[in-house]
Design a protein around this ligand. Sequence first.
Ligand SMILES: NC(=O)c1ccc[n+]([C@@H]2O[C@H](COP(=O)([O-])OP(=O)(O)OC[C@H]3O[C@@H](n4cnc5c(N)ncnc54)[C@H](OP(=O)(O)O)[C@@H]3O)[C@@H](O)[C@H]2O)c1
Length: 290
Amino acid sequence: MKILLTGKNGQLGQELQQRIPEGIQLVALGRDELDITNCPQALEAVAEHKPTVVINAAAYTAVDKAESEKEQAYAANATGAENLALACREFGARLIHISTDFVFDGRQSTPYRPQDTVRPLGVYGESKAAGEAAVQDLLPQAVILRTAWVYSAHGANFSNTMLRLMSERDHLGVVADQIGTPTSTHTLTQAIYKLVGKPEAAGTYHCTDAGAASWYDFAVAIYEEAKQLDLLPAEKQVQIKPITTADYPTPAARPAYSVLDKSRLISEVGVEPKHWRQALREVLKEKSTA
Ligand SMILES: NC(=O)c1ccc[n+]([C@@H]2O[C@H](COP(=O)([O-])OP(=O)(O)OC[C@H]3O[C@@H](n4cnc5c(N)ncnc54)[C@H](OP(=O)(O)O)[C@@H]3O)[C@@H](O)[C@H]2O)c1
């Protein structure tokens, strides 16, 4: 089976290339080979490679910058998704499109289900919601896979930022009143390839690791695990202090609660996410042996 992957240089794109299951031929394209904002390019890529499945891991992901770069965010996240859906419809390919917990406003206190109403708080979430809507309209059989708080051993993410700050500082304040679920790219990649193997899967699914945490909890766990794995020197002590969202203002508002209900993915696709802390341990272990 042939898969066309967009966004090959991103966190998720790289992981998908490292864990290709047997029997799959993956054609991975970066922005210089396929700019998804360009409709003729999207049509041409799908026509040329004739994939059974297109995985769209390309996106504009700079949540705060999006507030002042609305056009760029919409171009990649809305128009880009639409272009790929058009190309898949034209040439009969399946589309697995990745989306985000930031389509929700965070006012719920129980996990968001795939069918819950989207109400994004910022431009990034709005642009991703617009992309979801375009994909649903053009290609109802497409899979929209929402995820959250994505990190991997490499790349720009919360875990790597914390490790850097912890090596530089003695004190850190981390937001404790936003609750979600850290998600390793391993988990996400496993779910995506399972979805590839289920041609009947269609519509919206949620995928994160198991459990819930605040950014503060996540930071404390990174610190403890990193110490155990010698990613931070034994003598290095960092005081991590819980702070509020109001203490750390950012251009984009973020949902206070964005835990996702994964039951559809678990029951229909057979994905069994690990607890986020276990997944973190594995990612940091990989980093410590790299
Ligand atoms: N990161 C998170 O915490 C998070 C949370 C929830 C959902 N998600 C979703 O998960 C998916 C993967 O995210 P990620 O963390 O892997 O993001 P990432 O590391 O920022 O990677 C995104 C990739 O998309 C590429 N890209 C941007 N615009 C493009 C365009 N017009 N055409 C082609 N490629 C383009 C980027 O290329 P350049 O390198 O050239 O910029 C980058 O390589 C996205 O759909 C994202 O919305 C992420």
